[in-house]
Design a binder for this molecule. Structure first.
Ligand code: GDG
Length: 500
């Protein structure tokens, strides 16, 4: 693991993200009394950044979304995080109109589908955009407060598409030493971004250009961003060789940093006695003799290609009867954004699809798909990943996809095959997966068959290769690469100022 202690020694890292790392909720206690429960919301971003903050301390500013969040924080919405006390969480509270317009509206009904090129789900209202601006301003003020309170030199790190305007807004109030932003989802090409009203696409890009460094998972997304700036911000000067933009007298760097996971943590979770027993149980039930156990783990989101996966499975069992009773698929599907109607329809479509497939192909001793339709613990997930012979990731578009990496980390027996959509950031990085195109159903079916039929030798060689790659690119390597780049930018700047 790279030594992170050399970074941020004399700095306070102020993180900004929409999702908070810990949420407090009121629940009914065993005796019917009101109790408070703390939980870590599911999602790639939190699983990636909590270890980061645990290692570097600082302040995390985020939306206080839990019912008991206000009562567990002080008057400014601040608290030390549970269990470790390792860093401060500052919660910003939103009312229903703000949640509707900013979170459910502009972020998740306008930007999310556009960035994933799924224009059929795109919707835009002026009110979404108005709330997006006012909520970005509210978070920018909270970050500016923390900058002013910081006891060491502040560095601000913004996460994701919820805060496209925050960097420029923070800069208007107070200038930290460095502002940077990680964009966790794909960035669309200009032809797609222009589906937003004319002044909106431009304002979004100008907001992002408030950063000193903008990070993407892949070069493809970085190039799309440069293309959009070239098209919509005429006065910006782009250097396509160094990935730098000169704008309003500042240089903004565009970087490529594929995110990863805490590999040791997943390996440890997969190796506990509880998970050894769970994996044995799952395998003796679903993977006896020549049978294979496949898994999928997703937030129920239309970008993850769940209906496409179900269609491919149906076709597999239809066209290849020998695959019946030979392959069981365990689908862990966590409900997500159910306030948005497209997500509710997707949940219904998924449940209906599973029921239909099971009704059609089930035998006395075999059920084709086992659906776990709830949020399960990360520990349990690790046991499931370990037990599997294959993992199916079928995203239509996906910034990176951490599920693929978690599966690799938990495969301590190195027997599994990763069937991976070529439209994930992970597919551009991982060498050894069976790549599929979820829009090409016949190819998808072939990919699953190939994975089911793959011999033990080839499985081991591929899995071993992928796990070796993963170990050299953990979340801590990702973090070290970004932190070291930010330090270098600061150093280069101070040299320039010194030389001037
Ligand atoms: C965004 C980008 C990018 C899922 N169900 C449960 C659960 N999960 C966890 C998984 C994994 C995470 O959620 C999902 O991560 P992904 O990367 O697959 O996807 P997004 O949530 O869409 O994340 C994505 C990521 O940001 C990071 O940059 O990779 O492309 O879309 O960690 O394990 N976790 C628990 N219970 C569940 O039921 N505990």
């Amino acid at each position: 693991m790279p030594d992170l202690s050399r970074y941020l020694v004399d700095r306070t890292l102020i993180m900004l993200s929409n999702r908070e790392p810990y949420e407090h909720r009121f629940v009914e206690g065993t005796g019917g009394e009101r109790a408070v429960e703390v939980r870590q919301p599911p999602g790639g971003l939190v699983s990636a950044l909590d270890p980061t903050m645990q290692a570097t301390h600082g302040v995390w500013v985020a939306w206080g979304s839990g019912s008991a969040d206000k009562s567990t924080a002080d008057a400014q919405g601040r608290l030390r995080v549970p269990q470790t006390n390792a860093y401060t969480l500052r919660r910003v509270f939103l009312d229903t109109t703000e949640v509707d317009g900013f979170y459910l509206g502009f972020a998740n009904s306008s930007l999310w589908p556009l960035c994933h090129l799924l224009v059929q789900h795109f919707s835009y209202r002026d009110e979404f955009w108005e709330r997006y601006q006012s909520v970005n301003a509210k978070f920018a003020r909270a970050v500016a407060d923390e900058i002013q309170l910081a006891d060491k030199t502040p560095i601000v790190w913004i996460q994701d598409y919820h805060f496209g305007l925050a960097a420029a807004m923070i800069r208007e109030i107070v200038e930290p030493q460095l502002l940077h932003q990680f964009w966790h989802i794909p960035f669309p090409p200009a032809d797609i971004l222009r589906l937003l009203p004319v002044d909106v696409d431009e304002a979004l890009l100008r907001g992002l250009l408030g950063n000193d460094l903008i990070e993407f998972h892949t070069e493809r997304y970085a190039l799309n961003f440069l293309g959009c700036v070239a098209e919509f911000i005429p006065e910006a000067e782009i250097d396509a060789e160094t990935f730098t933009i000169r704008f309003e007298g500042r240089d903004i760097e565009i970087g490529v940093y594929p995110i990863s996971i805490d590999v040791d943590r997943y390996e440890r979770m997969a190796s506990t006695p509880v998970n050894t027993a769970l994996a044995e149980r799952l395998r003796s039930r679903y993977a006896k003799n020549d049978c294979r156990l496949g898994v999928g783990v997703d937030r129920v989101d239309y970008t993850k290609g769940i209906p496409e996966r179900l269609r491919a499975l149906r076709l597999l069992w239809e066209q290849h009867p020998e695959m019946r009773e030979r392959f069981t698929f365990l689908l862990v599907a966590t409900p997500s954004r159910s306030e948005i109607s497209a997500y509710r329809s997707l949940e219904e479509e998924m449940v209906r699809g599973v029921l239909e497939i099971n009704a059609r192909f089930r035998t006395r001793t075999w059920t084709p798909i086992v659906l776990v339709h709830e949020n399960v613990s990360a520990e349990l997930l690790a046991g499931v990943y370990r037990a599997a012979d294959l993992c199916l990731v079928s995203s239509l578009q996906d910034g990176m996809n951490l599920v693929a990496k978690e599966f690799l980390a938990c495969q301590i027996e190195e027997r599994g095959v990763l069937v991976l959509s070529r439209f994930t950031g992970a597919a551009e990085e991982i060498d050894g997966a069976v790549l599929i195109n979820p829009f090409n159903i016949d190819g998808f079916v072939e990919g699953i068959r190939r994975a089911v039929n793959m011999g033990d030798g080839e499985r081991r060689v591929r899995m071993h290769r992928m796990r070796t790659q993963l170990r050299s690119r953990t979340i801590f390597d990702w973090l070290a690469a970004i932190l070291s780049r930010t330090e270098a930018i600061i150093a280069e700047r101070s040299q320039e100022t010194g030389a001037a």
